[in-house]
Design a protein around this ligand. Structure first.
Ligand code: ADP
Ligand code: MG
Length: 857
């Protein structure tokens, strides 16, 4: 090419020939120079139609693809080769214009968002081209920075310089990462990077070259594009990022060598994912402060995701389809497919075309969510100064001009951080659970406290009620007894009066008889009234009693209900015993034994025996009656003794002044004394002494009968003869004959007979010698006196006693002198019982002393 202006050309005529003095505006269209309709920075179009892939109704901030042009300085070769030629472009950076020389006298002027001269520093390039995009990414948008231009015009220089030797030379990628790292907080935010190469419609991982043919995945809902197959490396510092870039570059170089291609034919794509948690009003954790937890206030933390895509595009120069570069036609088509598809998409978008052929290539699919549309996009077109490449330069400029018409509609990429929401909820749930547990525990404690209180109250009410009831009952009973007593006294008086008057009535005084009869009628009436009153009172007692039982059972029921787990105690036992023992006197005689047995079963012997020591004398009497009834049954005797009943009964003889208690206790002891073992126990516990004292003090024939019966039983024990007699048993027995009651006498006689029988056995066995202890203790006169008693039980026992005494020579003398012999003779003749008669006869005949006496007489 011929040169005219030499080195001065660039700064000489050409510049001066420009029609720049006319003002440049959106609407100005200098007919010769401004070819396109570039937009002024204020002229933002509002239409949302021009986007690669964004949904048109997505909310977003409108914007436009920003395009900067960068001119590379002449390289060494150009300095030489083009030395005589002017550059094909002239830049007017302050006007943001570029003039493309058509020929020596004419040029076209184009306006860009930025015009970067060959002197523009890397720093400035970064600031005007990349920084707004990086800031946008940090705010949660997607952003793309692309370099387009002919091979060798400085795309890689602009984007990929690592600048390790000279920091001023650092390219956009390195500077972008520096800014990102400076802005994020690595505690809450994350940065991860993929680095890829696209060549002949195949995506290869530059961080792991074995990983190629990586598929593009699109989220049908969000439209987000991702490459899940690609390595995603987390970046925590600048150094590791630079390392990663270097590694990627090395792999790119090696891969291209292997494929025998030029790196200029492939696209290098760096993807930086920035994930930031947004602090402040939406933060999940900030709403959790304090103990006041409300679900309403808990919201997931918001995560803003921005994706920065930096694309170092393949060289824009046409591939020689003639095959001179060693490519087949198909290869040539494929190599350029992505770039030409990008061009077509940009054209469609620029013209607001309905159809944008995004799907035509991998590159356009990959940039779907990052170019135009919802992303902020910057394009830097790189051009060389050489007029030899004017054609390519012009085409690059046109590409940039069209791209300037592409609109963006920025969309904030925010999403809820459900993971931290879940964590927050977990923490909250945990707190709620522990709070719930605490409340539950407090509630249970409260329930327990209320239950205890209720139980105490029930017990108290029961006690009060029972006391009141008992008081009432005792009062009624006392009144009743007093009434009966009064009536009886009155009756006795009247009878006496009547008896005295009866004789004269029959003989003399009709008037007196009449008075007497009237009185009797009156008394009868009173008696009837009293009986009625008694019945009424008993009825009332029965009602009160059933009420008490009902209350007791209700209380038991309540207690059982409250008593969770059931301690097994039955607190009503003693109460019910109390009631039942008291009921004894109201029970008809027939039912008594059965009810006593039932009682025995229900309440247990120990409890009945414990009542023998009750403070309440009334209760003591009833208890001793129950024990006496039980002792009448042979089956119960052993149990009573085992449970200490015998000792208690003996204690009662000692401690009580009450005649009834003496009577009943003695009766019980008499019953127990039927058993040989018990006889020894009674003796062992000083029973004979106690019985003797009781006998000496008793007036009541029934008491004496019981005591005599008890001693009589003891008299029948062979082993206890000496002890019994030694402790005054025989004397006590004989002392009781002062009461002439036949029942008492019968028991005394039985005792004597038992004793005599044992003595005779002992004598026959040779363990006893000498005269009978009965005779020693002076029993003989009474025996002789009552030998012919009209009461047969007395008579029989004495007859037997005499027979036993007569068997021994030692007694003969006393018997003869005491008149016993004659009684024996009488028995041998007159006794109605043949066995006794025979026994007496045999005794008389076998005893030489008796024979001698009878012969003497
Ligand atoms: P491309 O990637 O577009 O093929 P490169 O970035 O490889 O071009 O640049 C080609 C050559 O030009 C490299 O040697 C590079 O250092 C140099 N170069 C590119 N742009 C500039 C610039 N603005 N200043 C100085 N040298 C540059
Ligand atoms: Mg390059």
């Amino acid at each position: 090419m011929a040169t005219s202006g030499g080195g001065s050309y660039r700064n000489g005529t050409h510049r001066n020939s420009l029609k720049v003095d006319r003002p440049f505006s959106m609407n100005s269209n200098p007919k010769t120079s401004v070819k396109s309709k570039p937009l002024s920075s204020s002229g933002l179009r509002r239409s949302s139609t021009g986007s690669i892939g964004a949904a048109k109704d997505d909310a977003g901030v409108p914007g436009r693809v920003r395009v900067a042009v960068r001119l590379r300085p002449r390289n060494t070769e150009e300095l030489v080769a083009d030395a005589d030629f002017a550059d094909c472009v002239e830049l007017q950076p302050e006007l943001k214009r570029l003039k493309l020389r058509k020929n020596n006298w004419d040029s076209d002027t184009y306006e860009f968002d930025e015009v970067l001269t060959e002197f523009a520093s890397q720093k400035r390039v970064y600031e005007v081209v990349a920084k707004p995009v990086v800031e946008s990414v940090l705010d949660g948008y997607n952003g793309t920075i692309m370099a387009y231009g002919q091979t060798g015009t400085g795309k890689t220089y602009t984007l990929g310089r690592l600048g390790e030797e000279d920091t001023a030379a650092r390219g956009i990628m390195v500077r972008a990462m520096e800014d990102i790292l400076a802005d994020v907080s690595l505690e809450t935010d994350s940065i991860s990077v993929s680095y890829l190469q696209l060549y002949m419609e195949t995506i290869q991982d530059l961080l792991d070259p074995a990983n190629d043919n990586i598929p593009i995945v699109e989220d049908s809902k969000t439209g987000d594009v991702s490459l899940p197959g690609a390595n995603l490396v987390e970046i925590r510092d600048q150094k590791s990022f630079v390392e990663l870039l270097r590694l990627g570059e090395a792999h790119r170089f090696a891969a291209n060598t292997k494929l025998n291609t030029e790196s200029s034919r492939s696209h290098a794509i760096l993807m930086v994912h920035v994930k930031r948690s947004v602090k402040g009003k939406h933060s999940a954790l900030s709403s959790e402060k304090g103990s006041n937890l409300h679900m309403k206030t808990l919201r997931p933390a918001i995560v803003r995701k921005g994706k920065l895509v930096v694309v170092d595009l393949a060289g824009s120069e046409r591939i020689d389809k003639s095959g001179s570069e060693g490519h087949t036609l198909e290869e040539a088509k494929s190599i350029n497919l992505s770039l030409s598809a990008l061009g077509k998409c940009i054209n469609a978008l620029a013209e607001n075309s309905v159809h944008v052929p995004v799907r035509d290539s991998k590159l356009t699919r990959l940039l779907k969510d990052s170019f135009g549309g919802t992303a902020r996009t910057s394009l830097v077109i790189t051009i060389g100064p050489s007029p030899r490449h004017r054609g390519e330069t012009a085409s690059t400029i046109m590409f940039g001009q069209r791209a300037m018409k592409v609109e963006n509609m920025l969309k904030l990429k925010e999403e809820f951080d459900y993971k931290s929401l879940s964590r927050g909820l977990d923490i909250q749930l945990d707190k709620l659970i522990s709070e719930h547990e605490r409340q539950q525990k407090a509630f249970e404690n409260e329930i327990e406290r209320i239950t205890t209180e209720a139980q105490n109250r029930i017990s108290e009410v029961e006690r009060n009620y029972e006391d009141a009831l008992e008081e009432e009952r005792v009062k009624y009973q006392r009144d009743y007894m007093e009434s009966i007593k009064k009536l009886e006294e009155q009756l006795v008086k009247n009878q006496q009066k009547h008896g005295f008057e009866k004789v004269p009535v029959r003989s003399e005084d009709d008037c007196s008889a009449l008075t007497s009869n009237t009185e009797i009628i009156k008394l009868r009436k009173m008696l009837e009234d009293e009986a009625l009153q008694k019945e009424k009172l008993e009825g009332e007692i029965a009602i009160l009693h059933s009420q008490l039982l009902q209350i007791s059972s209700e209380a038991d029921e309540t207690r059982r209900r409250l008593d969770r787990g059931g301690s097994g105690k039955v607190p009503g036992d003693l109460d019910s015993l109390f009631s039942q023992v008291k009921l004894q006197q109201q029970e008809p005689g027939n039912g008594e034994k059965a009810s006593v047995a039932k009682l025995f079963e229900q309440v247990g012997l120990q409890k009945i025996l414990s009542l023998l020591e009750s403070e309440d004398s009334d209760l003591r009497i009833h208890a001793v009656k129950v024990v006496a009834n039980l002792a009448a049954e042979e089956t119960n005797q052993e149990k009573i003794v085992e449970a200490g009943g015998l000792t208690s009964l003996l204690m009662l003889l000692r401690s009580s002044e009450n005649e009834t208690i003496h009577r009943v206790a003695a009766g019980a002891i008499a019953n127990l004394a039927m058993n040989e073992t018990n006889q020894e126990l009674i003796m062992g516990q000083g029973g004979i002494g106690l019985l003797s004292i009781t006998a000496a003090n008793a007036e009541d024939p029934q008491t004496l009968r019981m005591v005599a019966g008890a001693i009589a039983n003891l008299c029948g024990n062979d082993k206890l003869q000496m002890k019994l007699r030694g402790e005054g048993g025989i004397k006590a027995l004989l002392g009781m004959v002062r009461c002439r009651h036949p029942d008492v006498l019968a028991q005394v006689a039985r005792g004597i007979a038992n004793f005599a029988k044992c003595e005779s056995r002992a004598s026959m066995q040779g363990t006893k010698t000498g005269r009978s202890l009965l005779i020693e203790d002076g029993a003989l006169p009474w025996i002789v006196q009552n030998a012919n008693n009209e009461a047969s039980p007395i008579r029989r026992h004495i007859e037997l006693a005499l027979c036993h005494l007569a068997q021994h020579e030692a007694n003969a003398k006393d018997m003869i002198s005491g008149g016993a012999l004659w009684e024996l003779v009488r028995i041998s003749r007159d006794c109605s019982r043949e066995d006794i008669r025979t026994l007496a006869h045999r005794t008389l005949t076998s005893c030489p002393a008796f024979q001698a006496e009878m012969r003497r007489l």
